[in-house]
Design a protein around this ligand. Structure first.
Ligand code: SF4
Length: 179
């Protein structure tokens, strides 16, 4: 069954009203909570195609996403605050993706990992009818990680960028140029 047409329009910008105002609105307290939030991101266990293998690789021993606090992949959207969209988003899958996003508690973040999630990737051509040409047509995206597929290091960079969005600064050294 085709996805409802309303899901295929560009997503609304992130609505500030989705986040309840903090009970204690003190800058140092908010900074402390933001820092904790950034250093313990809980991604939802959610993969759609080949890019998901790179996400799994990023969580394994060689790349070890646990060093940056984002290794607790949650099986329930209600316990997750980061959605890495890794793979091709088919129109059949679109309502499921939106449902999972809506089940995640705010504040929540979305990474579009790979060319398929960003724009439809190699499946974008005239006359195609099965693929959503960019997950930002469904949900608001915070960080885009290009590649087909992006390497695990690139996915880690995406996590760093999310941490920077939350806290306002980068916490890890910039990648060095290869000699
Ligand atoms: S971007 Fe490339 S590697 Fe990733 S899901 Fe699409 S075809 Fe597969």
């Amino acid at each position: 069954m085709a996805a409802p047409e309303k899901l295929l329009t560009p997503a609304e910008p992130r609505a500030k009203s989705w986040v309840e105002p903090p009970l204690i609105d003190l800058k140092p307290v908010n900074w402390f909570f933001d820092l904790n939030r950034a250093m313990s991101l809980w991604p939802i266990t959610f993969g759609l195609a080949c890019c998901a293998i790179e996400m799994m690789s990023a969580s394994m021993a060689r790349f070890d996403i646990a060093r940056f606090g984002a290794e607790v992949f949650r099986p329930s959207a209600r316990q997750a605050d980061l959605m890495m969209v890794t793979g091709t988003v088919s129109k059949k899958m679109a309502p499921v993706l939106v449902r999972l996003y809506e089940q995640m508690p705010a504040p929540k973040y979305v990474m579009a990992c790979g060319n398929c999630a960003i724009s439809g990737g190699p499946f974008k051509f005239e006359g195609q009818y099965g693929v959503v040409e960019g997950v930002d047509r469904l949900v608001p995206v915070d960080v885009y990680v290009p590649g087909c597929p992006p390497r695990p290091e690139a996915i880690l960079e995406g996590v760093f960028k999310i941490q920077e969005i939350i806290t306002g600064r980068r916490w890890w050294p910039e990648p060095r140029e290869m000699a």
